[in-house]
Design a protein around this ligand. Sequence first.
Ligand code: UDP
Length: 333
Amino acid sequence: MKRVLITGAAGFLGSHLCDRFIREGNHVIGMDNLITGDLKNIEHLFPLENFEFYHHDVSKFIHVPGHLDYILHFASPASPIDYLKIPIQTLKVGSLGIHNCLGLAMVKKARVLIASTSEVYGDPTVHPQTEAYWGNVNPVGPRGVYDEAKRFQEAMTMAYHTFHGLETRIVRIFNTYGPRMRLNDGRVLPAFIGQALRGEDLTVFGDGSQTRSFCYVDDLVDGIYRLLHSDYSGPVNIGNPDEISIGDFAEEIIKLTGTTQKVIYKDLPVDDPKQRQPDITMAKTLLGWEPKVHRSEGLKVTYDYFRSLSTDELNKVEHKNFEKYNRSLMPAV
Ligand code: UDP
């Protein structure tokens, strides 16, 4: 039985990874400081003997007794609204946090997989984005704290690989959705579904022509699982190339939920990428991976999840104040 440490275990992706690694017969040690994570995402694992949880901030020294085979570093805020609310923690978890994980991996002789992101490509000038593209990132803009932390994280991980010979894997994750997304993190899918469920208008930022490509969480987790078990140490895009404009996406959500509300238009946040679509040739070739879940199918499951939340949870929406974060706090640099 392999022993796997998953940081950010109580988050959206972390919790789904815990499920997968448990299902595959591993011993999983989850770690989270619960700033953006939520224990309810993993409470079903607590009765299991092959699951342990440490309430710990990975930006501080990490001690885990016993041996470890794999470390998956998934701790990080991951939505533009979170970067604005907790910019320093975002920078720390991507820098100090990964340093601690890599140090721990050296001691344990463990393989490390880090969660990187399509944000390393910034507002891309190359479309679709291949791993060979270096990106177009504004280091001092509102997204800089996340983008640069993730870019630093990749650099640090490669340095441990080349200098120390540590076994490392880097996944560049594109927009992903599914059950357990936080309703109030300001990301577009929970924002739209939450608005539909509360009977509010759907807020499209800008004119809605910017594009994203949404991957269902089970597909993403499968890609990550395969990458971990591969022998490739360079960055690999995992995402669904099925690209859609945010305006069309709002229409899809209106249809899915049957809401009678309309779309309203708000200011586009600073540095909001205009288009994003992964080139997944590398994942196909190296891992034999490609996404299987069509958006219509994945959205249905996700909608059912949000519908099952209590009215209290539905109404706990910090993103109603999103405008507070939208422009005034963002220097246009
Ligand atoms: N977006 C929107 N309305 C919202 C929330 C987000 O139109 O209520 C837009 C946002 O400006 C961006 C896209 O949806 O262009 C995806 O935003 P998200 O925060 O989900 O992810 P990211 O920008 O990091 O891809």
